[in-house]
Ligand binder design. Structure first.
Ligand code: ADP
Ligand code: MG
Length: 315
């Protein structure tokens, strides 16, 4: 059987089942944005790792080395933020083809360093090797009180669904690049995602926030992870989605790295108001969790519609 028949998430599930024979103890592994390793005194480490491959995640002649360095860390800090944790350290492994120059490596490190400095996250190690294709793997660790951590499995029927920012901008940037327009604001968004680090920590501190994850594959795919893990369905009001350009790109486009969360309905408007006071920008309410199969009902002004929308998967 081809791996494509199994699918990216089928493959991850195969791994999870294979390793179910080894007890994880109090730790929690595969299935969320980070693994969770509880410590003494109610604290926990969270750990995540993400790989970027030339030709799959980026084209080296389109993205600058600075942007690539920054993005390699950003996508990992986004997963730490998605748990409600504070980033503590990163590790950087690179497979470099011989054609890459010292100037390229300097630019890459400058971008990685700038984002590390912005959030005070030291680089504590990694690995370096030659390779046929530029491949970057980053591991990030974070820390939080166990009680602050947010999981995909915690959504409850009646919860309101929110996102922290505009969706579809990164996907629009990719479309612009493919059409040969390299200088649009969306291309900049695509190459320079902003991990919602402070927002994630703050949301972690709010007991009314139930489930949370970051949007890396697009709302249509990522929300289903919350629904499957929580055993419920959702209704999304398309007219409420803060779309950068088209609603379709906002729903299916990946790599926005905004946070997707559910809030206890009783506290939703109060928390949204406090968030606005804290960050000077809105939390966008886009729908509600309901009983039922782990599927999204898309509505346009209260009327269900049935588009064929899927998020991104690798195979
Ligand atoms: P994210 O987009 O948040 O980085 P992914 O969709 O990449 O998450 O992964 C989903 C879950 O599957 C995560 O918990 C991740 O750790 C796990 N996972 C992905 N690939 C592997 C693998 N090769 N081995 C073990 N776990 C994996
Ligand atoms: Mg994630």
């Amino acid at each position: 059987m081809e791996l494509s028949e199994l699918g990216e998430f089928g493959w991850i599930d195969t791994i999870r089942r294979r390793f179910a024979s080894i007890p994880v103890g109090a730790n929690q592994g595969i299935g969320d944005d980070c693994a969770v390793l509880p410590l003494a005194e109610g604290q926990a480490w969270v750990v995540t790792t993400d790989m970027l491959v030339e030709g799959v995640h980026f084209l080296p002649d389109r993205i600058t080395p600075y942007q690539l360095g920054r993005k390699s860390l950003a996508v990992n800090l986004s997963d730490v933020a998605a748990m409600g944790a504070t980033p503590v350290a990163s590790f950087l492994s690179v497979a470099l083809p011989h054609s890459y120059t010292v100037e390229w490596a300097d630019g890459f490190l400058a971008g990685y360093h700038a984002l590390s400095e912005a959030f005070g996250v030291p680089l504590l190690g990694g690995d370096t090797t030659a390779g046929d294709r530029l491949t970057i793997n980053v591991t990030a660790m974070g820390k939080a009180p166990l009680a602050h951590l947010k999981y995909r499995r915690s959504a409850c029927v009646g919860d309101r669904i929110f996102v922290t920012g505009v969706l579809g901008g990164s996907a629009q940037g990719l479309c612009d690049l493919q059409a040969g327009h390299v200088d649009t604001p969306y291309v900049a968004l695509h190459h320079d995602p902003q991990p919602q680090v402070r927002e994630g920590i703050w949301l972690g501190q709010q007991p009314a926030v139930r489930a949370m994850m970051d949007l890396s594959d697009g709302l249509a795919s990522d929300l289903v992870h919350i629904l499957r893990a929580s055993g419920c369905g959702a209704v999304i009001a398309l007219e409420q989605i803060p779309a950068a350009t088209s609603v379709e790109l906002a729903v299916t486009g990946g790599e926005d790295y905004q946070l997707l969360l559910t809030l206890d309905a009783r506290d939703a408007s109060e928390v949204a108001q406090q968030y606005r006071n804290q960050f000077g920008k809105p939390l966008y309410e886009i729908g509600v969790i309901r009983q039922g199969a782990p599927q999204i009902e898309w509505q346009e002004r209260g009327v269900p519609i049935t588009p064929d929308w899927r998020g991104f998967t690798h195979f």
